[in-house]
Design a binder for this molecule. Structure first.
Ligand SMILES: Nc1ncnc2c1ncn2[C@@H]1O[C@H](COP(=O)(O)OP(=O)(O)OP(=O)(O)O)[C@@H](O)[C@H]1O
Ligand SMILES: [Mg+2]
Length: 383
């Protein structure tokens, strides 16, 4: 009987060295340094079982990671096959990774997350794209500023930033030491990831990097004392909504939907993340509710009842009253206001859409606890 000569199998260290050549496609650092290798073992037949921690579930880079790490291991003499098992990091592991990415420097404190912060934070969310979330955000911001409140807007929709254009912001933020001063337009302080991206390159940030970007927006930007901060979230129930909940636990969710049933269903899902994150849903805004025809009749282009349906359904699922805060009709001037950078609440304040938006702004603004002359101690001397 012939004896097979067994090739020396690679040691665990050798396998880890091989894996240290594999970068996380997003963070671009070796997976071994990022704590992403959960386990690596080889059996007598040369079959490697590798377990990898993904930074977030549903990571679109998982194929690349699987392929790269398999190839790295297969290049080792003695390795006959590689089986990759994917797991997802826990919140603690992600926090550890973020701290490591900051090089151990402490995270900057987010003023709005302080227990004594008087700033009311509204995160504007929707289940579906294109329902008018950004339009609603900039109009509420402009209306509240006009009503005398100190207002800031964060364009947290890192995939499709539109807030600066809608508010007519052209300047970039100014940097003073490690502090970023937000441009101001229509009395609204505005920060968008678009301001940090040269040209119009698409931004593909997720998970920890996204969290980091938001952390920076909120921590490194000098906002001064604000009455209201509005966050324009990307559509859907992605990582950023969870990050907002972690970074500003007191942020309240404002759900935007259209009257359409399908949009309403996804909006409801967006609202129900609030349940998981223990955030308050401050209300629902129905946009594109109808088009007023020259004879004064209303044409319900996208159907009707969606906003109320979402409010009712959220009330049931959350177990606390969620109001329909208002209905905003379709109006060409609202779209034009967005395109020209003068929100309709300022440019055509008497249109039905502007009246509805100003009403909602007054409602939300008056709920603001108000700074009542108190300083948060953030204003540097000499300002
Ligand atoms: N009530 C309205 N009347 C007329 N046009 C509107 C209205 N609301 C929004 N629009 C227009 O619809 C388009 C989409 O609106 P907007 O960009 O605000 O939506 P969004 O939910 O932020 O979209 P995205 O998911 O891409 O971020 C824009 O061109 C905007 O001007
Ligand atoms: Mg938008």
């Amino acid at each position: 009987m012939e004896h097979m000569s067994v090739a020396a199998l690679p040691s665990r260290d050798a396998m880890l060295t091989a894996l240290s050549k594999v970068n996380d496609p997003e963070i671009r650092k070796p997976i071994t340094e990022l704590g992403m290798v959960k386990a690596v073992e080889i059996d007598d037949a040369g079959k490697v079982d590798l377990a990898i921690f993904l930074t977030v579930s549903g990571c679109p880079m998982k194929e690349t990671l699987t392929r790269d790490s398999s190839n790295a291991l297969l290049a080792l003499p003695g390795v006959t096959s590689v089986e990759v098992e994917l797991d997802v990091m826990s919140d603690e592991q992600r926090a550890e990774l973020r701290s490591q990415l900051r090089g151990g420097a402490p995270e900057k404190e987010i003023p709005f997350a302080r227990p004594n912060s008087l700033t009311r934070v509204y995160a504007v969310a929707s289940g579906k794209g294109g329902v008018g979330k950004s339009s609603v955000t900039v109009n509420l911001a402009a209306a509240m500023a006009e009503q005398g409140l100190r207002v800031g807007v964060v364009d947290a929709d890192v995939y499709g930033f539109s807030v600066p254009r809608m508010l007519g912001v052209e300047q970039r933020p100014t940097q003073v030491d490690d502090m970023i001063l937000p441009p101001i337009s229509h009395d609204v302080k505005v920060i968008s990831i678009g301001m940090f991206v040269p040209g119009n390159q698409p931004v593909v940030w997720r998970g920890p990097m996204l969290h980091r970007a938001l952390q920076q927006f909120l921590g490194d930007v000098f906002w001064g004392d604000l009455d209201v901060l509005l966050l324009d979230l990307p559509p859907g129930t992605g990582d950023i909504a969870i990050s907002v909940a972690q970074l500003i636990p007191t942020a309240e969710i404002l759900v935007v939907t259209t009257p359409q049933q399908a949009a309403a269903e996804v909006a409801e899902r967006a609202g129900s993340i609030a349940l998981q994150t223990h955030q308050r849903v401050v209300g629902v805004i129905e946009n594109m509710s109808w088009l007023e025809l020259p004879d004064g009749t209303r044409q319900e282009i996208f159907g009707s009842g969606g906003g109320q349906a979402v409010a009712d359904s959220l009330t049931r699922s959350i177990g606390a009253p969620v109001e329909l805060l208002g209905q905003i009709p379709l109006d060409t001037r609202l779209r034009e206001g967005g395109d020209t950078g003068t929100p309709v609440v300022l440019g055509a304040p008497d249109t039905a859409a502007a009246v509805a938006l100003r009403g909602i702004a007054r409602n939300l603004g008056s709920r603001a606890r108000g700074l009542a002359g108190r300083s948060l101690g953030l204003t540097p001397a000499g300002r």
